[in-house]
Design a protein around this ligand. Structure first.
Ligand SMILES: [Zn+2]
Length: 260
């Protein structure tokens, strides 16, 4: 990364945090109240960096406000609280598109070489490898309001973004069956994914949401939600997976997110 960008980020990290933003965080992102004070301070710095660098676009008539910026930036930043080096903070993300509520997109699905079906799909959010994250604002607020239910749309979509940037699930895909060299990330995440697929097949209830069985990318997004919102349960029931996510995110939420 060019020196100027890094220098700018360092300056932004030290910028005073406006009182109105503090009030918005306390109201909309209760997660922050559980963080140790050094991480709370770091989070506020990262919110400044995020808002300074990423473009927010309102869709379907939604007007972008500070409330929207701060609430979304804070949740994206929670995932990155463990980074020491500011040069790796959502570098590929350019913009966040925000709809007031779930939106409908036209989709095409190919059934064979002659037949393409067109239809509509309702979405709460999505992340594209081209540097955009799309979110439904009412769902963002809902996801942030309960920090213990393991459902958080912003965590989910920004996990997809980090997956694109770091190739987290590509690693699993490429190395899960490669026994010649031991890669614990690929082995642990790959085998936990297989276990979830088995459990879904047997109709067993699991801590990890069934939606994670859609594919590896969704699995990574779903276990990220679980890691941040149900860390103690994840650590107890899936200790190896918890350990891998702890290494990936360089954070130990089980030490401060307690059910209250
Ligand atoms: Zn997803």
């Amino acid at each position: 990364m060019f020196g100027f960008k890094k220098w700018r980020r360092k300056r932004l990290m030290k910028k005073p945090f406006p009182d109105q933003w503090d009030a918005l965080l306390n109201r909309n992102v209760p997660y922050i109240q559980h963080l140790p004070s050094n991480l709370q301070a770091k989070l506020k710095g990262l919110v400044h960096v995020f808002i300074d660098e990423k473009k927010f676009e309102g869709c379907a008539g939604l007007e972008i406000t500070d409330e929207i910026r701060v609430t979304i930036a804070a949740q994206a930043s929670i995932l990155m609280l463990g980074i020491d080096d500011l040069s790796s903070f959502y570098n590929d993300l350019r913009s966040v598109l925000v709809y007031p509520k779930p939106y409908v997109v036209k989709i095409k699905s190919r059934h064979n070489s002659f037949f393409v079906q067109e239809g509509f799909q309702r979405r709460r959010g999505e992340a594209w490898s081209r540097g955009h994250v799309v979110l439904a604002w009412n769902e963002v607020k809902k996801g942030a309001s309960d920090i213990h239910d393991g459902q958080n749309l912003a965590f989910h979509e920004f996990a997809h973004q980090l997956d694109y940037e770091y190739g987290a699930t590509d690693q699993v895909e490429n190395n899960y069956n490669n026994e010649s060299h031991f890669l614990s990330w690929a082995r642990v995440v790959g085998s936990e994914y297989q276990k979830l697929l088995q459990a879904i097949k047997r109709d067993q209830k699991t801590l990890i949401d069934d939606y994670g069985g859609t594919n590896l990318a969704e699995f990574f997004a779903v276990i990220t939600e679980c890691f941040f919102e149900k860390p103690r349960e994840l650590k107890e029931k899936h200790p190896d997976l918890y350990q891998q996510l702890q290494n990936f995110y360089q954070q130990d939420p089980a030490s401060y997110i307690t059910v209250s």
